[in-house]
Design a protein around this ligand. Structure first.
Ligand SMILES: C[S@@+](CC[C@H](N)C(=O)[O-])C[C@H]1O[C@@H](n2cnc3c(N)ncnc32)[C@H](O)[C@@H]1O
Length: 301
């Protein structure tokens, strides 16, 4: 998509990309600039200038900024994304953390999925956690396939994203099953155990089935809007923080700031999981471990 605009407007757009970077971490790129050029192609140069000047006075939490960022973020996500990493979480990372909590007499588990997009990753984490608990005898399996933690356990799995639209979709928790949709890499057996078909979906795509996680999964989920550049973690006291396919959009200095808040969010001994291409920015603060699905980082005391 190449949209030609006047050089004056192009300069305004460029200034805007710098602000977007400073406030939300999203790096100026040809992709971002061309999206902005497309958005403003019918706006007069003086109007654009006035709007940018006005926008610069507003806090990043203002709806105007959030609406703009909505159109610049990439929300690609699906259940079962990066299977080796998810299996490693279920079979190695979560059992280690759960056993530690149990031995310490603190039967609780908190996860932060940062940059969760439309909620598939966060929901997937609940499934993995319940499976890991079941393997350790910390959850029971009912006749109709429900995995239920022992009553003394408290679980909290929180997904956050800067996009209000993505968070609204996460809360609605209704996912379409079509070719490259949310279930593209998910087994039928898991779909049957953890999800239930939703009928009468408003604006449903013809011929597409929709599913929502069953109540025994949904009860542990929370979603909230949060900008990773806000300087504070969305959640604290976490056993596990996971952030995949988000930091790749940020420049190095921002990656460092964001990983600093992940450190603040974690309990000592808690685990940080990053995406495959992400580099750990504070290696001295973690013990690095390698599993079948890649690296994971244990926060030092
Ligand atoms: C490609 S999705 C990744 C979703 C999921 N983590 C996964 O791996 O499947 C990237 C998400 O990062 C979010 N994001 C980008 N900048 C952000 C920021 N400054 N604060 C919070 N979320 C941000 C986007 O809105 C988008 O939903």
């Amino acid at each position: 998509m190449v949209t030609e605009i006047s050089s004056g407007k192009a300069a305004q757009v460029h200034l805007l990309t710098l602000q977007v970077q400073a406030r939300f971490g999203i790096q100026p790129s040809r992709h971002v600039e061309s999206k902005l050029k497309h958005i403003f192609k019918h706006t007069a140069e003086h109007e654009l200038g006035a709007w940018v000047a006005q926008l610069n006075q507003l806090p990043s939490t203002d709806g105007e900024w959030l609406s703009l960022v909505e159109s610049l973020t990439v929300h690609e996500t699906y259940f079962g994304r990066d299977k080796p990493m998810l299996s490693m979480l279920r079979d190695e990372v979560m059992p280690m953390l759960l056993s530690r909590k149990e031995n310490a007499g603190n039967p609780s588990f908190k996860i932060w999925s940062a940059g969760c997009s439309t909620g598939e990753e966060t929901t997937n984490l609940v499934l993995l956690l319940l499976q890991a608990m079941y393997s350790l005898g910390l959850a029971t399996l009912s006749g109709n396939g429900e995995l239920v933690p022992l009553p003394n356990w408290r679980l909290e799995v929180v997904g956050t994203d800067v996009s209000r639209q993505a968070i609204a979709t996460s809360k609605n928790a209704q996912y379409a099953d079509f070719g490259m949709g949310s279930f593209r890499d998910f087994s039928d057996q898991e779909l049957k155990q953890f999800f239930v078909k939703v009928d009468n979906v408003a604006d449903a795509m013809p011929g597409v089935n929709y599913y929502r996680a069953r109540p025994f999964v949904l009860r542990w989920l929370k979603f909230q809007q949060h900008n990773l550049l806000s300087g504070r973690p969305a959640v604290i006291g976490c056993d596990l923080v996971i952030c995949r396919n988000v930091l790749i959009y940020f420049e190095d200095v921002v990656k460092r700031q964001v990983q600093e808040i992940f450190h603040d969010a974690l309990l000592p001994g808690g685990v940080l999981i990053l995406g495959g291409p992400d580099v750990l920015q504070w290696p001295q603060r973690y013990q690095r471990r390698f599993g079948n699905g890649g690296a994971w980082y244990v926060r030092k005391d």
